[in-house]
Design a protein around this ligand. Structure first.
Ligand code: FES
Length: 164
């Protein structure tokens, strides 16, 4: 039976195993090297300071129109950049991009859990600073820079990257 198989599939089995094993270890070495380089890059990247960029100011809401523990969605700085303004229970305002840093699903404010939650893969971010609390997101949420002007809340820029 084995001779028949070797006749139908004329492969040098000894050499085939040898090459496969060698190729496999070569793959493992390259994969581990790639992972090590990727981890080192992420570690260095996370040490860079925040980068803030200013954009044209845009009024988001009248401060008194939002009760503590509430949120409103808005778009900034471009029409397709979905963001969320949150009035924390202590009255302070914070705003973030609503795009989850994992695969861009929109995050939702959960006042009862004091977090921004991404339902796609169970990711969560802190309301205070946008840092990752759980799940697969690799970075904090980009923060929207705010200014209070005569009782109105204005978006004035974006923090493109925050420390992990
Ligand atoms: S897209 Fe948000 S956790 Fe995956």
């Amino acid at each position: 039976m084995e001779d028949r198989v070797r006749q139908d599939f004329p492969i040098d089995w000894e050499e085939d195993n040898y090459v496969s094993r060698r190729e496999f270890f070569k793959f493992l070495t390259l994969a581990s090297g790639g992972l090590a380089i990727g981890s080192a890059t992420m570690a260095v990247w996370s040490k860079f300071p925040r980068e803030e960029r200013r954009f044209d100011p845009m009024m988001i809401a009248e401060g008194k129109s939002m009760s503590p523990g509430s949120a409103v969605s808005f778009n900034y700085p471009r029409m397709h950049d979905l963001c969320i303004l949150i009035r924390k229970p202590n009255g302070e305002y914070v705003a973030y991009s609503r795009r989850c840093t994992h695969l861009s699903c929109p995050v939702n404010y959960e006042p009862d859990n004091d977090r921004l939650y991404c339902p796609c893969h169970n990711g969560a971010f802190a309301v205070d600073d946008g840092r990752v609390l759980q799940g697969p997101p690799p970075h904090p949420l980009p923060r929207i820079l705010l200014e209070e002007r005569s009782g109105e809340i204005w978006a004035v820029g974006v923090t493109l990257k925050e420390e992990a």
